[in-house]
Design a protein around this ligand. Structure first.
Ligand SMILES: [Zn+2]
Length: 342
């Protein structure tokens, strides 16, 4: 299958990340994409560079205010006396309390950055823009008739809301691909198999019935993003009934994951979408640094084979999956699993 990849991400190498109160280098490192690319190449997949699809696709799912912040935050931050190399938030608005949009970049950082895992460096905006171009490009190929295309996106996207970065993500590539597919298809489904709940994607489509959002993930009672991903979140307004969360107990392996996937796929079939976007995280792996679930390398092949059986034009969008010995093998297994059926 075609693999859409741009090397424009390499300058984005976030150094600051707070985990359990300790500052460490981010887990979301450029080497992730290098490993994934090599795995795809060694499997014989065709590597394609994305075109510049302009500002339209990202503006279709994010607010103008947020995009302005992301584009300008780093330069404005550098003008602060004693500022760090990377933009990090240190104050947040309180839910339910009055909130005036701040002029200060410090206030805006707290407004638009949901956690300490989405720092903004000199090259972050550029990398996020090209990652979104890769997702748009893959969606365009599928609109033009390809059965499947894989966007090797870095940085990932599924924790980015319409106006908020979080969890290593800035622009929601999965949502951007889905919105692109809406140009031709009345209904589009998103299936998120990353080990973390696709909270940003859920947020973007929360009140919409034209895009079904389904997410399988580690139970948020004990893992990121904690506040969302629960089974009782089913959408609101017109979107009521068009969001499905399937939280999985810690340590769930291939069998439990595939059982939940059968429920997800039944819901997608009932929705009868014209196309599908898969938020393809590989961090449900048993050897991933997050160690939340216990999917095996061959399990990813079985998961993607079940996804391919839906028979839909499909955009695969890379989400999480962190440095470990088998990261490349897990991608290779996933892509081969899809192609076995498609
Ligand atoms: Zn993840």
């Amino acid at each position: 299958m075609r693999v859409i990849y741009s090397d424009q991400h390499t300058g984005h190498d976030p150094q600051q990340f707070i985990l359990r109160g300790r500052m460490k280098r981010s887990n979301e490192q450029p080497e992730r994409a290098t490993l994934l690319l090599e795995a795809a190449r060694s499997q014989g997949h065709e590597i394609v560079a994305p075109g510049d699809h302009g500002a339209g696709p990202r503006a279709a799912v994010h607010t103008p205010q947020y995009l302005r912040f992301l584009e300008t935050a780093w330069e404005r931050w550098q003008q602060l006396e004693g500022a760090s190399e990377e933009v990090m938030p240190n104050i947040h608005p309180f839910p339910g309390q009055p909130c005036t949009y701040p002029d200060s970049v410090v206030g805006q950082a707290g407004y638009h950055m949901g956690d300490m895992a989405s720092s903004i460096g000199r090259h972050t905006w550029h990398a996020a823009v090209w990652s979104a171009h890769a997702a748009t490009h893959a969606a365009q190929l599928v609109l033009d008739g390809e059965r499947v295309a894989y966007a090797l996106c870095r940085p990932p996207g599924h924790h980015a809301f319409a106006d908020r970065a979080s969890g290593f993500t800035y622009l929601n590539n999965t949502a951007i691909a889905a919105q692109q597919l809406r140009q031709r298809h009345q209904r589009v489904a998103i299936l998120d198999v990353d080990v973390h709940h696709g909270n940003g994607t859920q947020g973007i489509f929360w009140r919409r019935k034209d895009v079904l959002t389904v997410s399988l993930h580690g139970d948020p009672r004990c893992s990121y993003p904690f506040f969302t991903g629960h089974a009782h979140e089913i959408g609101e307004g017109e979107g009521l009934g068009y969001n499905l969360n399937l939280p999985l107990a810690p340590g769930t392996g291939d069998g439990g994951f595939l059982a939940a996937l059968a429920t997800a796929n039944a819901t997608i079939r009932a929705f009868a979408p014209g196309a599908l976007v898969v938020a393809l995280g590989l961090d449900a792996y048993e050897g991933d640094p997050y160690k939340t679930l216990a999917v095996t390398t061959s399990g990813f092949g079985r998961i993607l084979a079940e996804v391919a059986r839906l028979g839909l034009p499909t955009v695969l969008v890379q989400e999480g999956g962190y440095l470990c010995e088998d990261l490349g093998a897990n991608l290779a297994s996933a892509l081969a699993g899809f192609e076995r059926v498609a």
